[in-house]
Design a protein around this ligand. Structure first.
Ligand code: HEM
Length: 115
C-alpha cells in the first residue's frame, strides 16, 4: 500500500507542477487569450489525487490533519470555480493568472508549513 500512496503523492506533485506551468503558459499567451484548459485539468488531478490520499489513509497508515485538508480543499474549490467560470469566456481577465497562481502557491504553503 505504501507504493500506492507514493504513486498518488507523485501524481499530486506532478499536478502541482502542471498548475505552475499553466501560469507561465498563460502569461506567454498574453492579454486577451482565453484561459488555458490545463488549469481545469491540473485542478482536477489535485482533487482526485488529494481525495484518494485522504480516502486511503486508513489502509496507508496515515493520519492527516482534517482541518488542513479542509483548507486545501476550499482553496482548490476556489481555483476550480474561477477556472470553470472563466474557461467559458473568450478572454481571461488580466488579474486571473496571478490570482490562480497565488492560490496554488497558498496551497503549497499550507501543504508544507501546516505541520
Ligand atoms: C492546488 C492544490 C494543491 C496543491 C498545490 C497541493 C500541494 C501539495 C504538496 C506540495 C504536497 C506535499 C507536501 C509534503 O510532502 O510535505 C501535498 C501533500 C498532500 N496533499 Fe495536496 N495539494 C493541493 C490540493 C490538495 C487537496 C484538494 C487535497 C485533499 C482533498 C490534498 C491532500 C493532500 C494530502 C493528503 C497530502 C499528503 C500526502 C502524503 O504525504 O501522504 N491536496 N499537497
Amino acid at each position: 500500500m505504501e507504493f500506492v500512496r507514493l504513486l498518488l503523492v507523485f501524481l499530486h506533485l506532478l499536478g502541482m507542477g502542471m498548475l505552475v506551468a499553466m501560469f507561465f503558459l498563460q502569461m506567454r499567451a498574453g492579454a486577451g487569450a482565453p484561459l488555458n484548459k490545463g488549469w481545469l485539468h491540473g485542478a482536477g488531478l489535485q482533487l482526485l489525487t488529494g481525495l484518494a490520499l485522504v480516502g486511503l489513509a486508513p489502509v496507508t497508515d496515515q493520519d492527516y490533519d482534517h482541518v488542513k485538508i479542509g483548507v486545501k480543499l476550499l482553496v482548490l474549490v476556489a481555483i476550480g470555480v474561477l477556472a470553470l467560470v472563466f474557461a467559458r469566456k473568450p478572454a481571461a481577465p488580466a488579474w486571473l493568472p496571478r490570482a490562480l497562481a497565488g492560490l496554488v502557491v497558498l496551497n503549497v504553503g499550507v501543504a508544507v508549513f501546516w505541520t
